[in-house]
Design a protein around this ligand. Structure first.
Ligand SMILES: *[C@@H]1O[C@H](CO)[C@@H](O)[C@H](O)[C@H]1NC(C)=O
Ligand SMILES: *[C@@H]1O[C@H](CO)[C@@H](O)[C@H](O)[C@H]1NC(C)=O
Length: 425
């Protein structure tokens, strides 16, 4: 699969008759219409798609990492390309914010400066004005890295989230995706939060990635799975570098036709002028050194049904309108927290792509990556510790997870690993 996608990319880029090459390596799923198209048609498709994604900017900020951040008027954001949102009145704030044990304000009282020193790299060069939202500009090169223009910003077909408690276990290493996660299921959930340690894991191949996130899941794990996801990721294919970036994802049909990362399709409605989806997080933690973490809260507005997202204590980013979803229009049936990587090595071999810090849970604080203060929003719209949190990993010798509980951190776990190594051939 790795070789296939590399060939497809090259074929797309040079306008090769790549269907022929693809037939030779028998990878039918990458046979996108773009493959057969003429170079002129490709250029046009790229230009059209860029025009759709990049909205006219009121102000533009150059980030030190090479990103261009466009400040786009809130009412001109990509969400409003959606036919159902043509007459939508933006909710500038949620009608409700879940309450509960607030670990972050406790941390602040102890004059812990972690949160305030946490920033996005582009902030070094400016801020967006009121009534605009910062959007990471998509470049031509971003689209050219994708297997097809239309697939840019979307997860690959056939990707599946592990269902830890499933009676028939998933085949190991399905599509090369590997996880080390904690989860709860069996109730109705109206949101979830976590404080996530931020690292910059090494990625072996550009078509692999490493991420740490929470999943809000609805439905059975079939073709109509609903998912809302948020966290940090390193994804050379998506961003063209190895930076650690804040991201979101959503789908209402198990990653088939709906949904995307960040604002790369219409759906999520952003209200924050401060935080850009897909922008680099700075600083990140170092082994045996300073530790940094980000807090993410996703919850359902009980009045209007929209799913809101908050970053840290201060930034309400925006919301996914309820109509995007089927099951999640009501509630979530499962929550997962943890890491995921792609192993693109064939034949049972393993990539050296790291998850979390690249170190196993046994090493503990400052060395292994963690999720702490893990909470769910219950049926009474209260934040509380999840009951009966389980743990799951496909190959604990490559990436592992260990749950824990204490007064400081509430529900937490350490997770991750180095991938290929002594234990993981
Ligand atoms: C939006 O409003 C216009 C004018 O009131 C109406 O004609 C149209 O049907 C509405 N569109 C949607 C999608 O509700
Ligand atoms: C990302 O990291 C890999 C391996 O660590 C390296 O080979 C590659 O050149 C890096 N890519 C970029 C765009 O910096």
């Amino acid at each position: 699969m790795a070789a296939g996608s590399r060939i497809a990319r090259r074929g797309f880029f040079l306008g090769f008759p790549c269907l022929l090459i693809l037939a030779a390596v028998a990878v039918p799923w990458v046979a996108s219409p773009v493959c057969g198209a003429s170079p002129t048609a490709q250029r046009l498709a790229v230009r059209r798609h860029l025009k759709r994604l990049n909205k006219p900017a009121v102000h533009t900020i150059q980030s030190p990492d090479g990103d261009t951040i466009d400040c786009v008027h809130v009412s001109h954001q990509p969400a409003f390309d959606h036919p159902f949102l043509k007459n939508h009145t933006i909710q500038m704030r949620p009608t409700f914010h879940p309450e509960g044990l607030n670990f972050e304000s406790e941390a602040r009282k102890n004059s812990d400066q972690r949160e305030s020193s946490m920033t996005q790299l582009w902030h070094l060069n400016g801020r967006c004005p009121e009534n605009t939202i910062p959007i990471r500009r998509t470049k031509k090169e971003d689209l050219l890295r994708a297997s097809s223009v239309k697939r840019y910003g979307r997860k690959k077909h056939g990707r599946r989230i592990p269902r830890p408690s499933s009676a028939d276990p998933e085949p190991i290493n399905e599509n090369g995706h590997q996880h080390a996660i904690a989860y709860v299921e069996g109730d109705k959930y109206y949101g979830a939060r976590a404080t996530i340690n931020v690292w910059n894991p090494k990625i072996q191949q550009p078509n692999e990635f490493s991420l740490s996130q929470l999943w809000i899941l609805g439905g059975s794990f079939g073709e109509d799975l609903n998912s809302i996801e948020a966290g940090w990721q390193v994804s050379p294919d998506l961003y063209g570098d190895n930076n650690t970036r804040l991201f979101t994802y959503w789908t209402s049909d198990a990653y088939q036709a709906t949904g995307c990362y960040n604002l790369l399709c219409s759906g999520f409605i952003q209200v924050s002028s401060e935080i850009a989806m897909g922008a680099s997080i700075f600083p990140v933690s170092s082994y045996h050194g300073s530790q940094f973490d980000i807090s993410i809260l996703v919850w359902k507005d009980p009045k209007l049904g929209n799913w809101w997202m908050q970053f840290g204590n201060d930034y309400v980013l925006g919301y996914w309108p309820a109509f995007l979803f089927s099951y999640l229009a009501d509630s979530a049936s499962m929550i997962e927290w943890g890491g995921e990587v792609v192993n693109s090595e064939p034949d049972g071999q393993h990539t050296a792509t790291q998850m979390g810090s690249g170190h196993f849970p046994e090493e503990g604080f400052g060395k292994s990556s963690y999720f702490r203060n893990i909470q769910i929003v219950d049926e009474s719209n209260n934040l509380r510790a999840p009951r009966g949190m389980g743990a799951f990993t496909e190959q604990s010798n490559c990436y592992d997870v260990q749950n824990g509980n204490n007064d400081d951190w509430g529900s937490f776990f350490y997770y991750g690993g180095p991938g290929k190594g002594d234990n993981c051939p």
